[in-house]
Design a protein around this ligand. Structure first.
Ligand SMILES: [Zn+2]
Length: 219
């Protein structure tokens, strides 16, 4: 019985939290983290919001800083209308933002400070029209002949970082048995024996250290 009650409470808590996030609300903008990410104060607690359907250039991309500045100029310290659309994988609220009845997300795209994030907002005509206009008049990021979409930029960066973090495999092609003083090639059955903890880059190096070649694998 107690368990059931606990379950019910958990269930209610989840549904309440979710339904609370789906209705439009007004809130003051207390932070601008990025051109497309802001923080508002709702019921005295900060809520991070990812702007729906747009993707601004990253900090280290051209126009990343300008995008942030634009959003900041428009809404920082002001009260905006928040229309929740979704929640992203970081559990941030994804929303349309209106300031003085104007659609902020669209304004950012129209100035060339963001891409229309078509994958996440395929049906948002306002954003599509805004992007077409910005492209046609080479505004902001469209002043580049071939701008890199931030989602591609992030992918490239991730794979480059991944490579940088991979430690190069230490070059130790020969293992020596520290007891018997015999050394082996990688394809030898004794290569990883419990006493084979000495590592050499070459047979010459092994010999110099007083090791003799294994008769089985003849390194
Ligand atoms: Zn061997």
């Amino acid at each position: 019985m107690l368990f059931r009650t606990a379950l019910l409470i958990v269930f209610l808590a989840i549904t309440t939290a979710f339904s609370a996030d789906t209705s439009t609300f007004r809130a003051k903008v207390i932070g601008v983290l990025d051109g497309d990410t802001i923080e508002v104060l709702r019921d005295k607690s900060p809520v991070r919001i990812r702007l729906y359907g747009i993707d601004c250039p990253e900090h280290d991309q051209d126009f990343g800083t300008r995008a942030k500045q634009f959003t900041s100029d428009k809404v920082f310290g002001k009260t905006v209308e928040v229309v929740p659309m979704d929640q992203d994988r970081y559990e941030r609220l994804v929303a349309k933002i209106y300031i003085d009845r104007k659609y902020l997300n669209q304004m950012i795209v129209a100035e060339g400070f963001a891409w229309w994030y078509q994958r996440c907002a395929p049906k948002d005509d306002d954003l599509q029209i805004a992007e077409n206009g910005a492209r046609a008049s080479s505004k902001g990021l469209w002043s580049h002949p071939d701008p890199i979409p931030p989602w591609d930029f992030r992918k490239t960066k991730e794979s480059t970082n991944g490579k940088a973090h991979q430690k190069p495999e230490p070059k130790a092609n020969y293992h020596g048995n520290i007891k018997s003083k015999v050394f082996h090639k990688p394809d030898c059955q004794y290569y990883n024996c419990s006493n084979c903890t000495a590592k050499f880059n070459s047979p010459e190096e092994a010999s110099k250290n007083g090791y003799r070649p294994c008769t089985s694998c003849s390194p």
